[in-house]
Design a binder for this molecule. Structure first.
Ligand SMILES: Nc1ncnc2c1ncn2[C@@H]1O[C@H](COP(=O)(O)OP(=O)(O)OP(=O)(O)O)[C@@H](O)[C@H]1O
Ligand SMILES: [Mg+2]
Length: 350
């Protein structure tokens, strides 16, 4: 593993993934000649690490760049700049961002991305057997039909699907079951990293809980590492060891889950947390309404991107980009006043 680049790194435990200064700029093309007019800076200089076996939650409003970051990591899209160091099972580290296509083919089996809509991500013309067997065949992990079927049955059993339903098609399953099929498929090549992008958002609350429990059980059994992207902060709090908060393509805060939820150090995180519902009638809901639009990633404001919406903003916030600082142990934030502000988190009494 290369030397850690910046303070965002947490060196305790074995690091499976290190994202370093990652950028993804989408060109804005106009006119007949498609000349480039500017860039949507969907991911703009993001750095963090994920330890082996850890669940790293990623939150932020719509358009903050979460999916784009996930897609860059699994190399579904090419990043513009930066590195994505990933440790292979044999201990060797590769930079997924710069790996040649031919080499990428050999390492793809070690990471996988699961999406929100379990229906559109499963081919309706393929049976469950074919869906789950596909990555096994593509990666040439097993060749005999008998062995492949046995492996598919084993995976179906692991994710709580009835093995009798091997030859059924996706439409015959409920949303939760379809997400289980997607999870079985992602597990087929024995990956070490799974990027879950809003993996439970489309499901009913009770089904969400079942899928989250399944993910936690599978994590323990197979020593999986998760990058867990979600809007729902209660879900993220439940499942994550650490959480990163994104705003307009940048990480603005990163901390252990408990520390972030009880003691946020960035006004944007405070506002997001104020919308987390409480079940305790004694706890007064005091939601911070974020005024104004999310900044445009093609034309962000000067200084701190959040300053036009920040209720604590001072002159410096419009002038200078706030530095990324470690405010307390393992708790990082990019706000000029991260140390001074008395921000409200959510307590464990909820
Ligand atoms: N292929 C693309 N071409 C141009 N712009 C894109 C493309 N994909 C994403 N974007 C832009 O990049 C920004 C980040 O989008 P992204 O989908 O990563 O956000 P997100 O945090 O996942 O949002 P959501 O919570 O709604 O899923 C947005 O401004 C989006 O419009
Ligand atoms: Mg998204």
């Amino acid at each position: 593993m290369p030397e850690p680049a910046q303070a965002a790194n947490d060196e305790s435990g074995d690091i499976l993934l290190e994202v370093r200064n990652l950028k993804k700029y989408f060109p804005i093309e106009k006119g007949f000649f498609r000349s480039v007019q500017g860039y949507v800076k969907a991911v703009d200089d993001v750095s963090f690490t994920i330890r082996e076996g850890e669940t790293f939650g990623l939150v932020g409003e719509s358009g903050s760049g979460k999916t784009t970051l996930g897609r860059c990591i699994v190399r579904a899209i090419e990043s513009t700049d930066g590195q994505i160091f990933f440790r292979l099972p044999d201990g060797e580290s590769v930079d997924l961002a710069s790996l040649e296509k031919s080499d990428l083919r050999n390492v793809r089996k070690y990471f996988h991305m699961i999406f929100q809509d379990p229906y559109s991500s499963l081919d309706p013309r393929m049976s469950v057997l074919e869906i789950i067997a596909e990555p096994i065949r593509n990666n040439k992990l097993l060749s005999e039909s008998r062995q492949i079927q046995d492996r598919v049955r084993e995976l179906m059993d692991k994710v709580g699907l009835d093995i009798q339903h091997l030859n059924r098609y996706p439409h015959a399953f409920s949303g939760g079951q379809r997400q289980r099929i997607g999870i079985a498929r992602s597990l087929a090549p024995s990956p070490s990293l799974i990027v879950c992008d809003e993996a439970v958002s489309a499901l009913d609350v009770s089904i969400q809980a079942q899928i989250l429990n399944l993910l936690e059980d599978l994590q323990e059994e197979f020593n999986l590492t998760f990058l867990f992207i979600a809007h729902d902060l209660s879900v993220v709090e439940h499942i994550s060891d650490r959480v990163g908060v994104m705003y307009v393509g940048k990480l603005v805060e990163l901390a252990d889950t408990e520390s972030l939820f009880s003691n946020p150090r960035h006004p944007y995180s405070e506002a997001l947390l104020s919308a987390v519902p409480t079940t305790d009638p004694e706890v007064k809901m005091d939601r911070i309404i974020l005024t104004g639009e999310v900044a445009n990633p093609a034309d962000p404001p000067s200084g701190c991107y959040f300053h036009p919406r920040c209720r604590y903003a001072q002159d410096i916030c419009a002038q200078e980009t706030p530095p990324w600082k470690e405010i307390s142990a393992r708790h990082f934030a990019a706000c000029h006043f991260a140390e001074e502000l008395e921000l409200r988190g959510v307590g464990p009494e909820r």
